[in-house]
Design a protein around this ligand. Structure first.
Ligand SMILES: Nc1ncnc2c1ncn2[C@@H]1O[C@H](COP(=O)(O)OP(=O)(O)OP(=O)(O)O)[C@@H](O)[C@H]1O
Ligand SMILES: [Mg+2]
Length: 246
């Protein structure tokens, strides 16, 4: 299988503060990878670096064998940022149409694509409502629908399941698995451990370093524990022991 997303020896930060230290990440076509780590560990920084929104301080990021930042590649990506970027005085339908057209959805297909994306996140009843009247969870759901509207090859989703109830979360996961089976590549971040079990591969990040990666089952076995949380704690302790030896 071919590599779709790759970060090599990525060092990233803000000014003099280093946030990501030599991160290496590879995601193959049709794979779902979940980025897991505590608040402030560098997940969004990594996502934004992969999107090309911030230039690497060192190392490089490639998407579909193209070095980022690259504007042309962006039309292949459905992106959901951690902070919703929506037009508040427009309806949900208008937001979906706007972003759909921006992403190159042909006019003829727009209606069908909007119906599909709204259905995945159960937003059909609210399509004609202005976003300013939406709850926080509804805005997250609309942001996810926007990421899906143009049928992109790559989905990059920063905390897509925040504010989403368990039933809808299951429905969304079903669709993400379906998309992956069609060859779509999916990178997401999450704090929800149930999400971790849905992913093909996990990438555990702590203090800007990858502390463990692999399938959920492999990691549980390797660290001889019962849960992903315990994998995280054990890998974290090893990281601290390693750092204090330096
Ligand atoms: N624009 C910025 N300027 C300066 N520092 C920043 C900026 N964005 C993030 N940081 C810092 O970089 C570190 C990593 O932040 P990041 O947002 O990548 O974490 P995260 O893992 O996504 O956290 P969360 O789970 O809370 O979303 C934090 O220490 C944060 O304070
Ligand atoms: Mg974040």
């Amino acid at each position: 299988m071919s590599t779709v997303i790759k970060a090599s020896n990525l060092v990233q930060g803000y000014g003099k503060t280093i946030v990501l230290k030599q991160v290496n990440l590879e995601i193959k076509k049709g794979e779902i990878l979940a980025l897991i780590g505590p608040s402030g560990s560098g997940k969004t920084t990594l996502i934004n670096s992969i999107m090309g929104m911030i230039n690497p301080q060192k190392g490089e990021v490639t998407l579909l064998d193209t070095r980022m930042p690259n504007r042309k590649i962006l039309s292949n990506i459905g992106f959901m940022a951690q902070t919703d970027a929506l037009y508040w005085t427009m309806t949900a339908r208008e937001n979906l149409a706007f972003f759909g057209i921006m992403q190159g959805v042909p006019k003829k297909q727009l209606k069908k694509r909007i119906s599909y994306a709204a259905a995945v996140v159960n937003l059909e009843p609210s399509l004609n409502k202005q976003v300013q009247y939406f709850s926080g969870g509804m805005k997250r759901r609309l942001s996810l629908a926007i990421a899906l509207v143009a049928d992109p090859q790559i989905l990059i989703l920063d905390e897509p399941t925040v504010g989403i109830d368990p039933e809808l979360r299951q429905q969304i996961w079903k669709e993400l698995h379906h998309l992956a089976s069609e060859g779509k590549t999916i990178l997401l971040t999450t704090h929800v451990m149930n999400d971790a079990w849905e992913a093909d591969n996990l990438f555990l990040i702590r203090k800007g370093e990858a502390i463990a990666q692999g399938t959920p089952r492999t990691l549980i076995k390797k660290y001889e524990v019962q849960t992903i949380e315990e994998v995280f704690l054990k890998a974290g302790r090893l990281q601290d022991a390693h750092t204090s030896n330096d």
